[in-house]
Ligand binder design. Structure first.
Ligand SMILES: [Zn+2]
Length: 437
């Protein structure tokens, strides 16, 4: 602990002595490189209430349910179009892409090709903070958000990818069981959070459950801590759940060895018929009076009071509360980082803690809280960020099919061999697609 404190302290002192650009670069690098060490962030009721009181309820009704921003990564596939990826898969504002295409370094964005590796860091409200495109393992370019626009830099570094296989028995919370493994010292929280996203650990994990995890770490030369850590596959054998799954290269989602998705299919709207949309999702909405940015993190449907609201996917009700701004509101967790919220309801048709099925009535819309008329305010959050539920690409299949299934079976077979200790990890690392060369 003391060592960590000193390291941070020295870091702060160093920051003071640097100019703005370099300081921001270091800060962004630091944010990307230091893994989260806490359990997934679940705000208390009083925190939620404080946040609600402090802000217009349309801004950010409830603090994010997941940890602060971390780098996202993507390997370009044949046929990928940047504008499509940008909006539909990465959930970034398209105006930011146009901004980057209009400044220094734009040729790197125009020349992307399959196999290239892209990383980006977004703020909690979905704004791009930094973007990196790697040409090779050691060479890339980077844009970083500054006061006015973005700065552009060439990157040179040396990276190494290592695979780790972790095996353990659950004893208390998962991060405790992981904390006894020296090879992931300091990262147990991040790894526990990754697994928590895919499994109903809080509900179904029991002491004595056995698990094995296949982890990929990336190291930069001269840095004593890994630059990034990623879960590739896992096997969980417990009293109340037995699940084995691997990450699919195409979409980053997890599937069972047969290609069955761990995330359920999603309906576009949480209603049984279409209603007029009275206000769209808009991260850059300007407040008509103050002129300040006042984002609208949801979609408003002009539903008469008493309209049945249905769950767009299988999930579990994690909140059903009342607040003076949001009125009666409901939060459903659908797993793998997908969370939906519903505001201004008249009444709930399900209880907190209850499991719900896709299409199941969960509430009646209303006009409760600070609302200008009867409507349903509907939000979809993916990995802690609000996204436009009317436009974002949604999980649509129970199982992979065709070419995508073939690709998954071929790739996951190697991952499972590594997970089961039938394939040496050095050998496996050579077999996996190299993301930087
Ligand atoms: Zn709204």
């Amino acid at each position: 602990m003391l060592k960590r404190f000193l390291a941070h302290h020295r870091f702060s002192g160093l920051l003071l002595g640097l100019s703005g650009t370099l300081a921001l670069a270091l800060l962004l690098f630091w944010m990307g490189s230091k893994p989260q060490e806490e359990e997934p962030y679940l705000p208390s009721d009083s925190e939620i209430m404080a946040a609600l009181e402090a802000t217009d309820f349309h801004n950010s009704l409830i603090p994010p349910l997941t940890p602060p921003p971390d780098w996202d990564r993507y390997t370009l596939q044949p046929g990928d179009r940047l504008s499509h990826l940008w909006q539909q898969k990465w959930h970034l504002p398209i105006s930011t892409l146009y901004q980057l295409l209009d400044q220094e370094g734009s040729s790197h964005l125009n020349r992307i090709h399959p196999g290239q590796h892209i990383e980006w860091l977004a703020s909690r409200d979905g704004q791009l903070l930094a973007l990196r495109i790697w040409r090779t393992r050691a060479e890339g370019v980077e844009w970083q958000r500054e006061d006015e626009g973005f700065s552009f830099n060439e990157l040179t570094t040396q990276r190494e990818v290592r695979l780790l296989r972790l095996e353990g028995t659950l004893d208390g919370v998962l991060s405790n069981s992981l904390s006894e493994m020296p090879e992931i010292a300091g990262q147990e929280g991040a790894i526990a959070a990754a697994l928590d996203r895919h499994l109903p650990l809080r509900r179904d994990a029991r002491d004595g459950d056995r698990f094995s995890l296949l982890i990929e770490q990336e190291w930069l030369s001269d840095d004593p801590t890994p630059y990034s850590t990623r879960l590739l596959a896992f096997d969980y054998q417990g009293d109340r759940m037995q699940i084995r799954a691997a990450r699919h290269l195409d979409d980053g989602r997890f599937y069972t060895p047969d290609g069955v998705s761990l995330i359920p299919p999603f309906d576009r709207i949480p209603l049984t018929r279409r209603y007029r949309i009275s206000s769209n999702f808009n991260l850059n909405r300007l407040h008509p009076i103050t002129g300040r940015t006042s984002p609208h993190h949801g979609t408003d449907f002009a539903t008469p009071t008493g309209t049945t609201v249905v769950s767009p996917a299988d999930g579990r009700v994690v909140r059903g509360r009342t607040h003076s701004f949001g009125g009666k509101y409901l939060v459903i967790d659908h797993g793998q980082g997908y969370i939906t919220r519903y505001l201004h309801l008249r009444r709930f048709l399900v209880n907190q803690g209850e499991s719900v099925k896709r299409g199941q009535p969960v509430a009646q819309s209303g006009n409760t809280g600070r609302s200008t008329g009867p409507h349903l305010h509907y939000e979809l959050h993916i990995n802690g960020r609000p996204v436009d539920a009317m436009r974002v690409e949604l999980p649509s299949v129970e199982s992979l099919e065709g070419e995508s299934l073939d690709d998954f079976l071929q790739h996951s077979e190697k991952l499972f061999s590594g997970l089961d200790n039938q394939l040496h990890l050095d050998k496996l690392a050579q077999l996996l697609p190299n993301q930087h060369e």
